[in-house]
Design a protein around this ligand. Structure first.
Ligand code: ADP
Length: 462
């Protein structure tokens, strides 16, 4: 149906408005014309009445013996086609009737102007008192009514043609105006189906349609980057999962390839177990990051003692540190309340401590401190490790990013490059951030900045 398209509806509305305008205009013009004709005719009748009155006065002043009827006949003969006129004496007897008044019928002596139909003609009739009695003057309206009728017919015939032409013009115009919308629709369809990196053409006219294209392009850019992130994430995640699964598989295959001693089986199973644990925690990380992309953090905030959380994390990290011959120094932190998700905060602290221990050679020192400069809480984790090159430093918080040096020693450290990106996400969810500075060869310093909790409930996750 035509009305299903904007173009069709625009044309229909346009035609309806035009039809209403034409109707109003036609009726108005018709009424105006009629009134104007009446006014002209009535004015003429009044002028004639004045003439007649002058004539009667002259007659009364200088009677010349002729009968009034004769005089009137003479007068009437002077006007073209014998103007309709009749006069009655006070008793109601006709003193004079011109031929044109034949068929006017009985006499209504009420003064005024009326329209009467008589003998196939319509007259405007003026009735008035005059010297000899009552006088009636008439003017035929036929010619004028013909003008009105012609006007009506012209308007009735012309309107549909005008409407049709205007409707066609409107249809063409709205088609022209909407053509770019169609073009945008087609282009948008191609982008969705084929390639998110394509963009809609912007014509540079700065009009509504350009703004539409701009808005849609902005949306495509966001979609494209979200899509790329997901694709990259999936590819990186699969890649990271491949290695441990391959290790598990080859260890198992090797153990099964020939009969082994119990001790050999045990060590193979231990290797498989260790690798499975690593895989599990990697999957946990991946799940957390996948959830991080979805709206709503899923974190549960509570008021808790940060000092205690740091002590707990250090205790856990100390096991690994001691095993590697690294000392972990913790400045006795004061009790300090913050609003945080207990588990997430633990995870953040462990990620930093774990890195500090991982990237510090034996006999090194990892130092943890807590401070409270203006408006925020800072947890600093300092190590005397290998450090991070200036080239790597801006990227270490990216997902799956591993500094090239670390990558080479993957076998030893085994990180997937997710720890810091998860830690940074957690810090941001708490309304804070993590910053890093490093001197390659002499150590790194990571600082967690968290908002100071003053007792009022804020919503850091929002
Ligand atoms: P990974 O699992 O590889 O440790 P992270 O996201 O935790 O991944 O860290 C990313 C990279 O940042 C690491 O590969 C490492 O190169 C570098 N890095 C992180 N912490 C330290 C640190 N304390 N000392 C030196 N390099 C570090």
């Amino acid at each position: 149906m035509m009305l299903q398209t904007v173009r069709g509806r625009l044309t229909a509305w346009y035609s309806a408005v035009l039809a209403a305008t034409l109707l109003l205009l036609g009726l108005g013009a018709w009424a105006g014309l009629r009134t104007s004709i009446r006014d002209t005719v009535d004015g003429e009748l009044r002028a004639r009445l004045r003439g007649m009155n002058e004539f009667f006065e002259n007659q009364a002043k200088h009677p010349d013996g002729e009968s009034l009827a004769d005089e009137l006949r003479e007068q009437a003969g002077l006007t073209p086609a014998g103007a309709p006129l009749r006069i009655a004496d006070p008793a109601g007897q006709w003193l004079y009737e011109s031929i044109a008044t034949k068929g006017w019928g009985t006499f209504d002596p009420t003064p005024g102007i009326r329209t009467i139909a008589a003998g196939g003609e319509v007259y405007r009739v003026l009735t008035a008192r005059a010297l000899p009695g009552t006088l009636q003057l008439g003017a035929p309206l036929g010619a004028f009514n013909k003008v009105l009728e012609d006007f009506t017919w012209t308007a009735l015939l012309a309107s549909p043609i005008l409407l049709l032409l205007a409707g066609m013009g409107g249809y063409w115009l709205s088609g022209r105006a909407l053509a770019p919308v169609d073009a945008i629709t087609r282009a948008a369809r191609d982008i969705g189906a084929h390639d998110l990196s394509l963009r809609l053409p912007v014509r540079g006219t700065r009009d509504e349609l350009d703004r539409l294209s701009d808005t849609l392009n902005g949306m495509f850019i966001r979609l494209d980057s979200a899509f790329r992130r997901i694709t990259n994430f999936t590819a990186d995640a699969s890649h990271e999962l491949r290695t441990p699964v391959a290790v598990i598989r080859t260890t198992a295959e090797l153990a099964r390839s020939k009969p082994r001693t119990a001790a050999e089986y045990e060590s193979a199973l231990d290797a498989i177990l260790a690798e499975s644990e690593r895989t599990s925690s990697l999957i946990d990380d991946l799940l957390l990051l996948a959830r991080a992309d979805a709206p709503g953090s899923g974190l549960e905030f509570e008021v808790m003692d940060l000092a205690e959380a740091i002590r707990d994390a250090c205790q856990e990290a100390r096991v690994l540190a001691t095993a590697r011959g690294i000392s972990l120094a913790l400045e006795p932190p004061p009790r300090l309340e913050i609003r945080a998700d207990r588990q997430a905060l633990h995870r953040l602290l462990l990620a930093l401590l774990d890195n500090a221990v991982k990237y510090t050679p034996p006999a090194g020192v990892v130092h943890v401190s807590l401070s409270k400069p203006s408006g925020e809480v800072q947890i600093a984790v300092r190590d005397t490790g290998v450090g991070i090159t200036p080239g790597d430093l801006p990227h270490i918080f990216e997902r799956f990013y591993r500094a090239s040096k670390a990558r080479r020693r993957e076998g030893h450290h085994g990180g997937a490059g997710l720890g810091l990106s998860i830690a940074q996400w957690i810090a941001r969810q708490h309304g804070g951030s993590i910053t890093a500075e490093s001197e390659p060869g002499s150590g790194s310093r990571f600082v967690v900045h968290l908002p100071f909790y003053s007792g009022e409930v804020q919503n850091p996750g929002a």
